[in-house]
Design a protein around this ligand. Structure first.
Ligand SMILES: Cc1cc2nc3c(=O)[nH]c(=O)nc-3n(C[C@H](O)[C@H](O)[C@H](O)COP(=O)(O)OP(=O)(O)OC[C@H]3O[C@@H](n4cnc5c(N)ncnc54)[C@H](O)[C@@H]3O)c2cc1C
Length: 540
């Protein structure tokens, strides 16, 4: 059977691309619903795309200069990447792609690249949304180091509940192998289908747990990496106070210090008690009402630790069909392996009710039950969540700007911050699109809180707006710069979980302490003295 190939642009495999007639049919629903969009165009087929000739000669073996692979490894998966891929604009393809099967292959790729004077970009699922994997390196040749052949579960420690997993395992592969042992990592970012463990570690990814063990950091016991200067492996420990943590240094290092090859991860038994509820609040002036914000804050501060706790503004609820635009939705979920969760759910609902929320649905499941949340607001929202990246490809074909950005801020500054970011974004969207600010055909700037902490939250913004064909990248860059400035001015972070890459550098450079930047540069020169790995990401 022929191997499934990833699309050379956009999300998913080639066989998942909707036929053009289906895109046209979808546009007949989408365009009237939004009041903007254009007759869909077809993506540029790869055989009509001209890629710059490789500047390195492939020695064969783990290396290839095959066109489809170079195109797939030329871009990440942000809107600006998807739209460029759609029109066949691959300005910076890697010269070669390497597919190591083991650590020897990683070492070989690093040594050969060093000999060629080439840079190496570690590549997991390529789902980066911040220019983390795009070889934007001018005249320097580039090898994209694809880790996805190193995708096995190597060892399970049932006593400590930990598993040694290779870095190139994508979400479903990793979960499938753990499932055979009755275990799960339960790290479900929206990019789960394609993103890899190594990518999650290198970007400090945020999973679906809205409170508690949100970041992959919390699930990490020890990491092994290959640096140009040699191996880097920490001890397996449940905790350690021995100075700064070697794992914490690799977490979020975005491929600039070493290539993560495997990690011991904290896993858990699969949950069998679950409860999910949807609470409705009146929409507020600036999308969230004070009551809804109060409820989510108090639940986060109650230490009930729901696994899911999300606030979805009325505009986003309508777009994702989780509700109409008459209410802000609070989604609450609890889960446990072995312990009933209904008590904790009762308490969380009580907090929400006391703040003025109206419980709209609740589903509890216990061992042996089928997951019966089907049809509830939370279920509709979850389906839309997983389908969103596929849908974005259709939006791009229909000339619709569709992108998200995210940040985090403490509660004391939340209201003003949220208001100023959403206003700056709306102004920029109106300016670059020329669309009306209100009413029919107005762009949508919506927000949900994806992760919640006792001391603050991570607002996640979605922009849907009419695009000018051919200028989409410039349009989005204008919107994103305005939003990023507002985030920076308001004291937020340029990213809560999407990482820095190349695109967030101007704001990241202003956010981090100068002495920290100097320390990071020194660390890089210790393990990567010739600047082989992912130049331009995080530091110069
Ligand atoms: C539709 C969509 C939804 C998303 N949802 C989420 C979400 O819910 N939560 C979230 O946190 N992020 C999300 N992201 C962002 C992205 O998926 C994450 O950053 C993810 O962790 C990247 O994993 P990856 O394997 O695709 O890494 P890649 O995109 O391949 O690489 C990302 C960075 O990590 C480096 N890297 C990759 N593998 C290694 C390795 N083995 N060793 C060293 N460095 C490496 C790369 O060089 C690059 O700098 C989303 C992206 C998209 C497109």
């Amino acid at each position: 059977m022929a191997e499934r190939r990833l699309k050379h642009w956009g999300w998913g495999y080639e066989d998942q691309q909707r036929p053009h007639e289906e895109v046209v049919a979808a546009s007949e629903g989408i365009i009237p619903m939004f009041g903007f969009g254009q007759a869909p165009q077809r993506p540029a087929p790869l055989d009509q795309v001209e890629l710059r000739a490789p500047r390195l000669e492939s020695p064969g073996g783990i290396f290839t200069d095959e066109k489809h692979e170079r195109a797939v490894h030329a871009l990440g998966k942000s809107y600006r990447d998807v739209v460029r891929g759609f029109y066949g604009r691959f300005d910076n393809p890697p010269d070669l792609v390497a597919f190591p099967d083991d650590e020897d292959g990683v070492v070989e790729a690093l040594e050969r690249a060093a000999g060629w004077g080439a840079a190496v970009i570690p590549f997991g699922g390529g789902t980066s949304v911040c220019g983390g994997v795009e070889p934007r390196l001018g005249d320097r040749p580039v090898v994209s180091l694809d880790m996805t052949r190193m995708n096995r579960l190597l060892e399970v420690d049932m006593t400590s509940l930990a598993a040694r997993i290779q870095a190139g395992a994508r979400g479903p592969e990793l979960e499938e192998q753990l499932k055979a042992h009755g275990l799960t990592l339960r790290h479900f970012p929206q990019s789960f289908e394609y993103a890899t463990l190594g990518g999650w570690l290198a970007t400090r990814a945020g999973g679906h747990f809205a409170t508690g063990e949100t970041h992959i950091d919390d699930l990490t016991e020890s990491i092994r990496a290959i640096t140009p200067a040699g191996e880097w492996e920490s001890r397996r420990l449940p905790g350690s106070g021995s100075g700064p943590s070697p794992d914490r240094m690799l977490l979020g290092s975005e491929g600039i210090l070493g290539v993560v090859t495997e990690a011991w991860m904290r896993v858990r038994r699969r949950p069998d008690f679950k409860a999910t509820a949807t609470i409705e609040f009146p929409p507020g002036d600036a999308s969230f009402s004070e009551a809804a914000r109060g409820a989510i804050r108090l639940i986060a501060q109650s230490r009930l630790m729901p696994s899911n706790l999300r606030l979805i503004d009325s505009s986003e609820a309508a777009t994702t069909m989780a509700g109409d635009d008459s209410a802000t939705l609070l989604i609450i979920g609890f889960e446990s392996s072995g312990q009933p969760v209904d008590d904790r759910m009762d308490q969380a609902i009580e907090i929400a009710r006391a703040c003025g929320g109206r419980p709209a649905s609740r589903i509890d499941s216990t061992p042996g039950d089928e997951d019966s949340a089907e049809g509830s607001g939370s279920d509709r929202w979850r389906s839309a969540f997983l389908m969103a990246p596929y849908m974005r490809d259709t939006f791009v074909a229909c000339g619709i700007i569709a992108e998200t950005f995210e940040t985090a801020i403490t509660w004391d500054r939340f209201e003003e911050f949220h208001h100023s970011v959403i206003e700056a974004t709306r102004r920029a969207v109106a300016e670059v699109t020329g669309a009306p600010a209100e009413g029919e055909g107005a762009p949508r700037v919506s927000c949900r809180l994806t992760h919640v902490y006792p001391d603050g939250a991570a607002p996640y913004f979605t922009v849907l707006a009419p695009a000018k064909r051919g200028s989409e990248v410039a349009q989005w860059d204008g919107i994103k710069a305005a939003a990023s400035e507002a985030i920076e001015r308001g004291g937020g972070t340029i990213t809560h979980h999407h990482a820095v890459g190349r695109d967030h550098r101007p704001w990241y450079d202003r956010q981090r302490p100068d002495q920290f930047a100097a320390a990071l540069k020194a660390a890089k020169s210790a393990v990567d003295p010739d600047g082989l790995l992912n130049p331009g990401v995080l530091i110069d």
